[in-house]
Design a binder for this molecule. Sequence first.
Ligand SMILES: Nc1ncnc2c1ncn2[C@@H]1O[C@H](COP(=O)(O)OP(=O)(O)OP(=O)(O)O)[C@@H](O)[C@H]1O
Ligand SMILES: [Mg+2]
Length: 243
Amino acid sequence: MALLEVRDLNVRYGEIEALRGVSFTVEAGQVVTLLGSNGAGKSTTLRAISGLAKPASGEIVFDGQSISGRSPEQIVRLGISHVPEGRRVFPGLTVKENIMLGGSNRRAAKAELSREADAMFDLFPDIRPFSNALGWTLSGGQLQMVAVARGLMAKPRLLLLDEPSLGLAPVIVQAVFRIITEIRRRDTTVLLVEQNARMGLSVADQGYVLETGRLALGGKPDELWSNEAIRAAYLGGHAKAAV
Ligand SMILES: Nc1ncnc2c1ncn2[C@@H]1O[C@H](COP(=O)(O)OP(=O)(O)OP(=O)(O)O)[C@@H](O)[C@H]1O
Ligand SMILES: [Mg+2]
């Protein structure tokens, strides 16, 4: 049984049909990457799963139970953590306090959350120096690491990551993707939204492509890459130049 099953999902924003009949599965222990161009419906898919967008129809089943119609708070408690687009952090708090906020869904003692937040800096050593500072200024990549660390503090079974590499320099993008691989190694299932097909598929066990609200295709990363026509149409790949 898949950890997550999305069945025939439809989401509307007024007149706009953002998702039409989207179905896919996420197997436990895998990294699944959802690709698609601007406006394809990637963020809407994650928002529907985490309860932030209400589906017009369809069903979302997590670990065997339907979560459609549940509140975001209930869904977090069931073990799904959503790191949204953008890098929202609270400037009035220290970096460590920002990370600890992610654990507020759990009934853990503050001392325990504090210990766990400290341990997060093993995964994100770049932000360790800012741990207890107030008035910090972080780079885009560092803010992204704070956001991912906060998402992990919920101890999710499924982590939803929305374009964690957006706007980051290539070397920082690589660091973020190394972290995704490490998260998977620690047995957290990841549903990753990416526009960069090459990077997104490089860490994936399974890939799906959304095209204007519909699931256009899905498959193993090497299957998706090996089809030249698919690559050109959906993945931003280019046919090799004639020599
Ligand atoms: N709050 C909203 N109100 C109205 N329309 C919306 C809203 N959010 C998204 N949409 C529309 O729904 C469609 C899907 O948007 P979504 O944000 O899911 O796409 P995306 O694949 O995440 O795009 P991007 O790569 O630009 O983040 C788009 O047509 C978008 O304009
Ligand atoms: Mg988006």
